[in-house]
Design a protein around this ligand. Structure first.
Ligand SMILES: [Zn+2]
Length: 100
């Protein structure tokens, strides 16, 4: 897995620079705005759907044994998603609408 780079100057983003940043990302090197490619937006949508289902099914299943366990499971999935989300980005010059 590789972190994305700037479409303009090829600056390689650092993990913490992309954490919690889903919109309006600016390159720290050349100050150009970064837009997530449509391809990556689609992949993120599919992944989000899959993770949501996994979370709901998992929590429902674990909850019958332990409410705390179900809570921890939910938090764990959320954390894993956050940690890996910067790797799922790919930037382009123009803003690409998901539906067009
Ligand atoms: Zn740049």
């Amino acid at each position: 897995m590789r972190l994305p780079s700037c479409w303009s100057c090829q600056y390689r983003f650092k993990w913490k620079e992309l954490l919690f940043k889903f919109r309006k990302i600016e390159c720290p090197s050349c100050r150009e705005h970064q837009h997530v490619t449509r391809r990556k937006q689609r992949q993120t949508q599919v992944l989000t759907l899959f993770l949501t289902m996994l979370t709901i099914v998992g929590i429902h299943f674990i909850y019958s044994y332990s409410a705390i366990g179900a809570l921890l499971y939910g938090v764990a999935i959320l954390l894993i998603t956050l940690v890996f989300s910067p790797f799922l980005s790919e930037f382009t010059e123009k803003e690409e609408q998901l539906f067009k």
